[in-house]
Design a protein around this ligand. Structure first.
Ligand code: C2E
Ligand code: CA
Ligand code: CA
Length: 755
């Protein structure tokens, strides 16, 4: 982690750390303290030096003063030596002159050679010293003897004076050696001497110690409070004296000596430190604030970016279908109205194509939604490849896609597009390892002929699509004016259909099936009719697809089964007792889990044996939702119900299911029979189907037999059962019973009434 931090970053974070201003302050504090200490030391050295100067000056002064006094006393001694006969009176005169000149002496004395004081001037305050022996101890005596011999002057050192107090005496020998006539002595009182020697300033500022042979012998100004830190000693250079003068400064003097610089420097540096750290703190705050602002700004930018991305996603999501990635219906409609505006100005046509995947719902139900979804995605991918700036491809939901082609010049442009779309379904789609062939049905509406606004165009394309679906799917239809009426009718019918069951408007017609081996009617196909209160008798083609779409087929189917069973029950004990009824079941009906139970219940209720009932199912049922349908059909078969494949031969090429499903009958589609005597390939197919079925042990029914030729062809090729207008149209039960009773059905003449 640490290695990732680049040095400048470390520096920056260090500089921004709260400790940094403290460090700055401490550095300044240390500097201030250092400088303060240095300056104080310098001051102290200066004080020492000043003190030393003072001491030297004082010593020098002392030495000079003493020398002057000593010289004066010596001169007096000289005068006495030169005038041995001098009277006491004359001496006194001389001494008085001397005292006046100097004014510092306590007394001037003449001491005889035996060291006895003889003459004193003035007498006052000094009379008791007369007759006193100044060689009062051995040391003094020796010193004085020496002076007497050498003729050099001598200083007494500080002594207790006979007159009282401390004092000093200068002895000047009167002649040297044997001719010595005693001494001339000048007596000083120390305090008087001091006052004479020292200025007021010195007296105020210092305590002065005089040390004699390293022993304190006199202290001047001892009341002075002195600084313990300072003292200066200086030796006094006077003959016969071993003096050192020590100066101790008063606290005040020391105070005065100290300069203000250390304190000022200290204070200045401290202030500078304080200011610098405060400034640093301020800069840090500003930088941090800036950094925070920058961070906030970056965060804001990021948020704005994210929001914009979300916004874009939303816009995209709002216009795109999440599953297929194609434009959604909403976007398609918006784009369409925009396109129509432009087309209006440019006087151009616009084509709107609605596309429905054929039987997608069944596929979705049988293989699961996941497969359905994947298939939708694959289809979308292929369709989307067609899209360009002139063609918008959209997904409308379910299995419905929409196309909007701008700038249509003529019909060929649209036909070309429809071809391209159809081409997308030419190859099967691979979903989860299985390939699925799928087709589509399309409805087309063209602006401005088929509608002037988006909604109308959409509705009409839908109508066209519905018509195309009715035509058997895998095709397309253009919207035409008439379609609108049919659409209205369709919607009306759908509404009426919801009431039809309750109003008991359905009826079963029966179409006989002739057994070609026995020449007898062995079964009838129940074909539903709707007695519409206003429209009359309606064919199932007109309402079954509608009922399948709305889901009403389940209830209708149940009614059919119930009605057939009731009919079979009604025929009990009549000539029709042996007849079997075949009912049609659509794929949607087979999806109903309860179908088998319901059929069984209906048969039980009416007491109908299972082998009287036959169920017709179209081929697609055997292909789709195989597992479920196989289960349903197996259960039906186990009940004893006959299973028949309706409309065989159209749509599916796979025949594998014939092996797996319990099939009893196979109905060759009418389209093969219609031209079986004219078209060679239809004849070949019909023959092949009959052979195939027989080889599998399945009986064959030919439907749509209308001519004798067709019938004889079928007979010749050992088709088992024939059904068609030649034998009879689908007829009401009463007509059927009548026809059967009259026996006309066993012969090959057509019976016709009804649809
Ligand atoms: P389908 O099952 O193929 O029924 C045969 C259709 O062919 C019937 O039409 C019948 O009238 C017609 N037909 C029979 N012989 C001839 C002939 O010689 N020539 C011609 N041109 N047509 C012939 P219909 O009754 O209109 O029924 C149409 C379709 O409606 C039926 O086709 C069947 O798929 C469906 N359908 C009828 N009744 C029911 C029903 O109860 N339930 C269900 N789910 N579908 C039904
Ligand atoms: Ca049928
Ligand atoms: Ca049929």
């Amino acid at each position: 982690m640490d290695q990732c931090v680049s040095p400048p970053k470390v520096v920056v974070s260090g500089l921004l750390s709260p400790a940094f201003p403290v460090v700055i302050f401490l550095v300044f504090l240390v500097l201030a303290a250092g400088l303060h200490y240095g300056l104080v030391q310098q001051d102290k050295r200066q004080i020492e030096a000043n003190l030393a100067n003072e001491a030297r000056a004082l010593t020098n002064h002392l030495e000079r003063e003493f020398l002057v006094h000593a010289e004066a006393i010596r001169r007096m001694a000289k005068r006495l030596e030169a005038n041995p006969g001098e009277t006491e009176q004359e001496w006194r005169q001389d001494a008085q002159n001397h005292l006046e000149d100097f004014g510092v002496y306590q007394a001037i004395e003449w001491i005889d050679p035996d060291f006895i004081i003889r003459w004193v001037e003035p007498i006052t305050d000094n009379e008791e010293v007369i007759g006193y022996n100044v060689a009062f101890n051995e040391t003094r005596r020796q010193a004085l003897e020496l002076a007497k011999q050498s003729g050099t002057w001598n200083l007494s050192g500080i002594i207790d004076l006979r007159q009282g107090g401390k004092g000093m005496v200068i002895y000047a020998p009167v002649g040297a050696g044997p001719g010595n006539n005693g001494f001339m002595a000048g007596v000083f009182k120390m305090d008087v001497l001091a006052r004479q020697l020292l200025t007021e300033r010195v007296l105020e500022s210092f305590r002065i110690e005089i040390n004699e042979a390293d022993e304190l012998s006199y202290e001047l100004n001892d009341s002075q409070t002195v600084s313990p830190d300072f003292s200066q000693s200086h030796p006094v250079n006077l003959p016969t004296l071993d003096w050192t003068l020590t100066l101790r400064p008063s606290v005040d003097w020391v105070e005065n000596q100290y300069s203000d610089w250390p304190v000022m420097t200290f204070a200045t540096f401290l202030l500078m430190g304080l200011l610098t750290s405060l400034t640093t703190l301020l800069v840090q705050l500003i930088l941090k604030r800036r950094r925070d602002l920058l961070k906030t700004r970056q965060e804001l930018d990021l948020e704005i970016e994210q929001r914009m991305a979300i916004q874009q996603d939303l816009v995209r999501l709002e216009s795109t279908d999440t599953l297929t990635g194609l434009a959604n219906r909403r976007f398609f409609m918006e784009d369409l109205s925009h396109t129509l505006n432009i087309a209006d100005r440019q006087m151009r046509q616009v084509a709107l194509v609605m596309l429905d995947l054929d039987r997608f719902q069944t596929l979705n139900d049988s293989l699961g939604h996941q497969v359905g979804d994947e298939l939708l995605i694959k289809v979308s991918e292929r369709l989307n490849r067609l899209s360009n700036e002139r063609l918008l491809v959209a997904y409308s939901g379910g299995d419905e896609f929409m196309f909007c082609q701008q700038q249509v010049d003529n019909l060929d442009d649209i036909i070309h597009l429809l071809g391209q779309i159809k081409q997308c379904f030419a190859q099967p789609f691979d979903v989860q390892g299985q390939s699925h062939s799928i087709t589509c049905t399309m409805g087309v509406a063209v602006y401005p002929q088929s509608g002037l606004d988006g909604d109308t165009l959409m509705r009409n394309a839908d109508v066209a699509l519905y018509r195309a679906k009715e035509q058997g799917r895998n095709t397309y239809q253009f919207y035409t004016e008439g379609m609108q009426e049919r659409e209205v009718m369709r919607l009306e019918l759908d509404k009426d259909l919801s009431q039809a069951l309750a109003n008991n408007e359905f009826v079963l017609f029966y179409q006989p099936q002739l057994n070609l081996d026995s020449g007898e009617i062995q079964s009838v196909e129940a074909l539903i009719r709707w007695r519409h209160p206003r429209r009359g008798l309606l064919s199932p083609i007109e309402f079954i697809p509608l009922a399948e779409e709305s889901g009403r087929i389940t209830d209708i189917g149940r009614w059919v089964v119930m009605a057939a069973c009731r009919q079979l029950a009604a025929w009990k004990g009549t000539p029709q007792e042996r007849l079997r009824i075949a009912v049609n079941l659509s794929g949607r009906e087979l999806d109903d889990e309860n179908l088998v139970d319901h059929i069984r219940e209906a048969m039980t209720l009416e007491g109908v044996p299972a082998d009287r009932l036959e169920v017709e199912l179209t081929e697609e049922i055997f292909i789709q939702n195989i597992e479920h349908n196989l289960n349903q059909l197996t259960r039906l078969h186990q009940l004893g119900i006959h299973l028949s494949i309706d409309d065989f031969g159209v749509g599916y090429s796979s025949l594998g299911y014939l092996r797996d499903f319990p099939v009893d009958l196979l109905k060759i589609d009418r389209s093969f029979i219609t031209n079986v005597t004219e078209r060679h390939d239809d004849a070949v197919i019909t023959r092949a189907v009959i052979n195939l079925a027989h080889n599998l042990g399945i009986q064959v029914v030919a439907e749509g037999v209308e001519t004798e030729e067709q019938l004889s062809f079928l007979k010749n090729h050992r088709c088992n059962v024939a059904q068609g207008y030649l034998i009879s149209r689908p007829i009401p039960v009463a007509d059927l019973e009548q026809a059967l009773a009259s026996g006309i059905l066993s012969v090959t003449s057509a019976v016709g009434s009804g649809l």
